[in-house]
Write a protein that binds this ligand. Structure first.
Ligand code: ADP
Length: 484
């Protein structure tokens, strides 16, 4: 059924402070992943519209907002998000498929980034060195870096943009947002809210359609000085290459391959509970989802059994059903990938304790994959090397701490890792050796707006959240001042 909501009355790109109805040669369909039903038909825009969006943002550079204005806008946006929480959550669930409670959590999480960025605006006031090197006054300014391009994925249709937009606004950067074409509606709804606030035209702009074409314009236009991207490693590398000639700043949050380590002295009940909460969020389609569960040999069987029981009890269904624990995968491509990785593991000698390959998506048109636990997973299997992005728990074992650390680091990625042990010294020791940007110790919680989050290795560059998430969009300018 087509989606109908006051926040979605205008379904267009946006620049110059307003939605911009444009004739488009082609349209694309946004679908409900739970049913395959068409939710909306949007214009497929490209380079011409991207240019107009950048023009609009570039014009706004001429008058950077004051710190007070930025702070006020950030708090107003957060208040709007919180006031429209239920409406936004329904839109997120419709286009992404995640359960409604998760979608509501995503709106709160998104609002938190604006509130957190507002807290840091004052720290962008100019500072002066207390010493006076060379007999001069030295003033340090935090200038807006320039136009920011914000390219986001479909797994957190609202929050991924919120993270980036909050940092850009706090720093005083006008921006051009490019959401994923699978889930642009949450972003359009956000722009409906932004328009209510009457920010100066050009402060926030939106374009979607032909991603590669739009991406090229964003990377090539000289006014764009920061490209902030969350998505696949392949596209991140492409954007980095396209930004190299212009020496642009990049903030990249790319793929992960999170290890989840359970030592023999761990609280198994806690570890299993945390694993379930982490692994089945968004049906396993987040970059911080545990991708390799590695358990100390003596407790592996007991731990797998706990996980099996919990996973068998999960309810699969459409996100709008309050009973649902696990929604559909985003599309057929996602389904096929999960299917391939599970099939590969079973062919390599792993065993499914619950779930397993599905001959066809369960539920017909919607891409539901059965929650699955497989044991006997070895490091060479594809599910241990690639990001599964599905509701599958692959369990392998390790003999000692050294092997656990070595196996964890045996990946080009370095986003999130989790360590469960009752030995606090071991937890610290292991964390220090793990090449991951986020390491949960006896918790599998993901990022929070107050803390910096980002990857090491090929998981990315830069951080989002906290003061660091704002500084990604700030350019330092040092002014030595001679006094008469
Ligand atoms: P996924 O495989 O999870 O969909 P992608 O990296 O393909 O991840 O998508 C993340 C975001 O990057 C989306 O907004 C998508 O439209 C965009 N994107 C995909 N290809 C390009 C490209 N060549 N240039 C710029 N953006 C792109």
């Amino acid at each position: 059924m087509p989606i109908d909501h006051p926040l979605l009355t205008e379904r267009h790109a946006s620049w110059a402070g307003a939605f911009q109805p444009r004739p488009a040669l082609r349209t694309f369909t946004v679908r409900d992943p739970a049913s395959g039903a068409a939710l909306a038909e949007l214009p497929e825009l490209g380079a011409a519209e991207a240019q107009l969006a950048v023009d609009s943002a570039a014009a706004a550079l001429a008058q950077p907002p004051t710190l007070g204005e930025r702070r006020r806008w950030l708090l107003e946006i957060a208040a709007e998000l919180r006031a429209e929480r239920d409406a936004l959550a329904a839109i997120i669930t419709a286009e992404n498929g995640k359960p409604l409670a998760e979608a509501q959590g995503e709106v709160d999480y998104a609002a938190g980034f604006f509130e957190e960025a507002a807290r840091h605006v004052e720290s962008l006031a100019p500072t002066e060195l207390p010493s006076r090197p060379r007999g001069l006054r030295w003033r340090i300014h935090h200038r807006p870096a320039g136009v920011a391009a914000l390219i986001t994925p479909w797994n957190f249709p609202l929050a991924m943009l919120a993270k980036k937009l909050a940092g850009a606004l706090a720093a005083g950067c006008p921006s051009v947002a490019k959401p994923a074409e699978l889930t642009p509606l949450s972003c359009i709804a956000l722009f409906s809210l932004l328009h209510r606030l009457r920010l100066p035209p050009g402060t926030v702009n939106l374009v979607f359609g032909r991603a590669a074409e739009i991406g090229r314009v964003l990377c090539e236009r000289p006014e764009v000085r920061v490209v902030s991207f969350t998505g696949s490693t392949a596209v991140g590398k492409l954007l980095a290459a396209q930004c190299a000639p212009g020496v642009k700043r990049l903030a990249l949050e790319l793929g992960g391959n999170a290890p989840f380590l359970v030592f023999e002295d761990a609280d198994l009940e806690l570890a299993a509970r945390e694993l379930l909460a982490n692994k089945f969020r968004c049906a396993g389609q987040t970059c911080v989802c545990a991708n390799r569960v590695l358990v100390a040999e003596p407790v592996a069987e007991a731990f797998a059994e706990r996980v099996r029981v919990a996973v068998a009890a999960l309810v699969v269904g459409p996100g709008c059903d309050p009973e649902t624990d696990v929604g559909p995968l985003i599309d057929r491509r996602g389904f096929d990938k999960v299917q391939r990785l599970v099939t590969d593991a079973l062919a390599g000698g792993a065993r499914a304790l619950v779930g397993g390959p599905a001959p066809e998506p369960i539920g017909g048109a919607g891409c539901f994959f059965p929650p699955t636990v497989i044991v006997g997973v070895t490091p060479s299997m594809r599910c241990a090397r690639e990001e599964t992005f599905g509701p599958v728990v692959p369990i392998g074992t390790f003999r000692d701490e050294a092997e656990a650390v070595r196996a964890s680091n045996d990946t080009e990625y370095g986003l999130a890792a989790y360590v469960f042990t009752r030995d606090a010294e071991r937890a610290e020791r292991v964390a220090a050796r793990l090449r991951f940007g986020h390491v949960g110790l006896n918790t599998a919680t993901g990022p929070t707006p107050e803390a910096p989050f980002g990857g090491m290795g090929q998981s990315g560059l830069g951080r989002e959240g906290g003061l660091d998430g704002v500084l990604e969009f700030v350019e330092l300018q040092t002014c030595p001042v001679a006094e008469d």
